[in-house]
Design a protein around this ligand. Sequence first.
Ligand code: ADP
Length: 342
Amino acid sequence: MPSLLIDTTRQASFNQYLAGALWLLNVIALLLLLARMRTILDVWLAVTVFMSLPDFSLAFFYSGLRFSLGWYAARSYTLIGSCMLLVVLLVETAMLYARFASAIILQRRERANRLMSVDEATAAIAHEIRQPLAAITLNCEAMLRSLERAAHDPEELREGLTDTIDDGKRASDIVASVRALFKSTTHQRTMVDINRLVRQVLRMVENDLQVQGVSVSTEFQEDVPEILADPTQLQQVVLNLIKNAIEAMATSPGTERALRVVTTNNTTSTVSLIVQDCGPGITPKSENHIFHPFFTTKSSGMGLGLSISRRIIEDHGGDLRLAETTSTGCTFEIILPSVATR
Ligand code: ADP
């Protein structure tokens, strides 16, 4: 092995050549790293090599005498430089892990949100589709009973089948519109005459109204402008309000079961629809929650009707609100922009 020291303080010239060779090697390494610089590891290697260059320069120029100022300067530089590099590397690694951890947390939250909307969509479809499915079952049962009779009426059967087809179509429309609602895309919107739409819905619940002994009074303003809306979704909203009203009045005495439906053309270029019942009203405690998903006071309710309805109306640029509630009934109001304002 070549000797590095001449005596205790003087170093052999080999030391100097060694420092020079290392300096040159580092310069070549640095140039190569700068030329290819592809990964984070390359960056850190370049920083490390760059940091060691002054160290080798000092060793080259002041390597003659140990314990001289240059010798101490070179050693101090190595110590301080390495410590700083280590600290920066640790900080950078910690920051990288923190970013990595927060990215994973965000990813998990997004996945949970997606699962939540799948849950909501499934529950919403189940809620809305129950009514047409029940109607289909009832129709089929009635037709079977009619067939069992010796002299069945073909006209009655034809009506039953037509109703079943209509209910089947409605169920499939509901699935399509709930899916569209959760996809938050623009739905099939057409010009809708709100008076006609309410009349259609009242025809749908004719049977329920009769069974529950509910009298209906309507005040349709004749010149209400048409609105641009998805008729199936709007039908769902009105149907939900009317069904809620019928259900609320189930506990009222028979003579007091009255439903009032009013349409108005407002001066603010909006159309409003009011659904008023004579039920027990909504308690102040429940009032703040009725539009929250899954809030229900019914044993078999799902608590999605009002939240979905509000979402649909807001999606149409309107508002659905509880206009009034007392112990003798409550009033819901839908306000929708008329076509002239769009
Ligand atoms: P669901 O009908 O499945 O309970 P909704 O979202 O349609 O879900 O209604 C939420 C709650 O709002 C109902 O459980 C009921 O307590 C209250 N509610 C809605 N409409 C009326 C009404 N017309 N009268 C009294 N309470 C009502």
